[in-house]
Design a protein. Structure first.
Length: 183
């Protein structure tokens, strides 16, 4: 259940040996290295373990260069809606279009599965993330006071997956297996 990719990203040279696949428990040490460097209030490893093993709505993916985990994303899938729980790229790989690529992969998969809407929370102070999401069709819906320990959250939603996902799904028309399917 992986989608291999080797594409030109935003006028940069192609990244070689990139692949996108479901997250495994063996990936958690690498995921936690990224998590603790990227987020001011990182999840605990046990939170990821619970998501991978007990949450039937959760789908977590890693973006790898060769065998090295360089990013990850998580979503909750329920009926025709998806919630983006996390998205992170290793600091050494940031500003190379990989966050955008990872988000595009999620949007394309959601479209292929008939999902109509994706929501997420983001810190108002996280200007880069807000720009990334806005550039991919997300709009601020509301502010959730006190969501984070030290800050409110902005609830952002992309309700135009017909527009966004269709174009992206065609770009990633490599051999595809249903990543939302539970084995």
């Amino acid at each position: 259940m992986s989608m291999n990719i080797n594409i030109l990203i935003e006028d940069h040279s192609p990244h070689q040996n990139l692949h996108f696949r479901p997250m495994l428990s063996e990936d958690l040490d690498a995921v936690m290295r990224i998590e603790t460097k990227v987020f001011s209030t990182p999840w605990h490893k046990s939170g990821f373990e619970t998501e991978l093993t007990l949450n039937r709505f959760a789908r977590y993916y890693v973006l790898c260069e060769s065998d090295k985990v360089i990013g990850y994303s998580g979503i909750w899938v329920a009926s025709e809606e998806t919630h983006l729980t996390t998205l992170a790229i290793d600091k050494n790989y940031q500003r190379k279009g990989l966050g955008s690529l990872l988000l595009k992969m999620i949007l394309a998969m959601a479209y292929r599965e008939g999902i109509a809407k994706i929501s997420l929370e983001v810190r108002p102070s996280n200007i880069e993330a807000r720009r990334l999401y806005a550039a991919h069709g997300f709009k601020v819906l509301q502010r959730w006071e006190g969501y984070y320990r030290d800050e409110d959250a902005l609830i952002m939603v992309n309700e135009n997956l017909d527009e966004w996902g269709k174009e992206l799904a065609h770009r990633f028309d490599s051999p595809y297996e249903n990543p939302f399917e539970q084995e």
